[in-house]
Write a protein that binds this ligand. Structure first.
Ligand code: NZQ
Ligand code: ZN
Length: 392
């Protein structure tokens, strides 16, 4: 097990009706004015936004609003948010929505506190030394942004999508009511299932972990629970226990708990961000479900036993001790079938990505990360194109 520091300061208020406690909790934390950020209208239609505003009004927390965040959130709207937060002297940025809304709130918070353009952090790799506190009311179990240290932004002018990773990004408080996710479509539920699994798998399938039995078992337990709850939530969107499992798993999966003692590289995420930057209608989870099995096929020869362990313990594939490569391959086939069963794409053509796009996408990926993508083997442009071909 590698050395690590684990510090997750986010307070979670989990369960039915937690959304009605937003005002009390923010007020108890000393906040008096919130900038409420939301997306394209789902929270208006479901009544979640109204409940949040009512709770703020009841407890005397002033508020301004910024709606309109799009999936794969753009820095243009974030800049409007920075201006609004400063004009209203907001002392907390409250996100009501999924990962795109939360990431916008995080970027607004860092821009408002530092006076710098948030894209500067994304493009230069510098980190903010301070930020406004962020609170979240989560409506979609997927990104883990409600507790993670990252924030992913798209520059709509340059078509770049980049992450800002900083401990200052972790929200102060997150309200998780599984009932708020009943209205999430089957497709977005599927995207969330894939993303949650990937946040743990990208910590589990990494060359720099050494032995980590406890962390492995925690990761494997999460993956099994998410697979089973995922099937139930797709079959019955109002299955409370399934939605609750997905929601809590989404947070735990991306706040480093399932990767303690292992180094995180996240190569598949790096490949995916380039796809959703290229075509912003590609949902993050859909891009991952296409790329992960292909990446795994490409990289498993570097560590067949670990891929076989995943196949055996998580997916129930019988272990072939003499030929672990067979177990490993069967595991990835099984996972791909699971993604298809929950309605996720597994081919680049389903995302509208064509072979003539490969060279540009691979070049963009390498440029964004300043060199080959770190993985079991360094993924240069040629290797990335090989992965695209496995995902065709
Ligand atoms: O915009 P609205 O109308 O709210 O609709 C959204 C959006 O269309 C809808 N939705 C959300 N809650 C709903 C709902 N529809 C019905 N009922 C509800 N309760 O779902 C759609 C997708 O929302 P979005 O926030 O884009 O999805 P997600 O949570 O998957 O976030 C994706 C973004 O997060 C980034 C991704 O790259 C992508 O930009 N990520 C952020 C991470 C982080 N900050 O830690 C880590 C992730 O790996 C990821 O990269
Ligand atoms: Zn992700």
């Amino acid at each position: 097990m590698n050395d690590f520091t684990y510090h997750v300061p986010t307070k979670f208020v989990f369960g039915r009706g937690s959304v009605d406690e937003v005002g009390d909790e923010l007020s108890a934390l000393g906040h008096t004015c919130a900038l409420v950020v939301y997306g394209q209208g789902s929270v208006v239609r479901t009544g979640t936004l109204d409940r949040v505003l009512t709770s703020l009004d009841r407890t005397g927390v002033r508020h301004a609003q910024l709606g309109g965040v799009r999936p794969n959130p753009e820095v243009g709207l974030v800049r409007d948010g920075v201006a609004a937060a400063r004009a209203d002297e907001a002392d907390v940025v409250l996100a009501v929505g999924g990962g795109s809304v939360i990431d916008s709130a995080k970027a607004i918070a860092m821009g408002a506190a530092t006076g710098r353009d948030p894209w500067e952090f994304a493009s230069t790799g510098t980190r903010p030394d301070k930020t406004l506190p962020v609170a979240t009311v989560l409506t979609l179990a997927a990104s883990g942004s409600e507790t993670s240290n990252s924030c992913v932004l798209t520059n709509e002018e340059t078509k770049e999508k980049r992450g800002i990773t900083s401990e200052t990004n972790r929200p102060r408080i997150s309200f998780l009511d599984p009932e708020n996710t009943y209205t999430v479509s089957k497709f977005q539920t599927g995207c969330g299932i894939v993303d949650i699994m990937m946040h743990t798998l990208e910590r589990y399938l990494t060359p720099e972990g050494g032995e980590s039995d406890l962390t492995d078992r925690i990761a494997e337990g999460l993956l099994i629970a998410v697979r089973d709850a995922g099937r139930r939530a797709i079959a019955d969107p109002r299955d409370y226990e399934a939605r609750a499992t997905l929601m809590w798993a989404g947070s735990v999966s991306h706040n480093d708990y399932t990767g303690c003692g292992r180094k995180r590289l996240f190569p598949v995420h790096k490949l995916e961000h380039e796809l959703s930057a290229f075509r912003d209608e590609i949902a993050h989870g859909a891009g991952l479900s296409v790329l992960f099995p292909a990446w795994a096929e490409h990289e498993m020869p570097y560590d067949y036993p670990r891929f076989a362990q995943f196949a055996n313990r998580v997916l129930g594939v019988e272990m072939d001790f003499e030929h672990p490569e067979r177990t490993a391959r069967e595991g990835i086939r099984t996972l791909r079938r699971f993604f298809e069963e929950i309605g996720m794409p597994t081919h680049l053509s389903q995302l509208g990505i064509k072979p003539e796009n490969y060279e540009k996408l691979a070049a963009n990926t390498v440029r964004t990360v300043n060199g080959p993508v770190k993985s079991y083997s360094p993924l240069d442009e040629k290797a990335i194109i090989e992965i695209y071909r496995l995902a065709e």
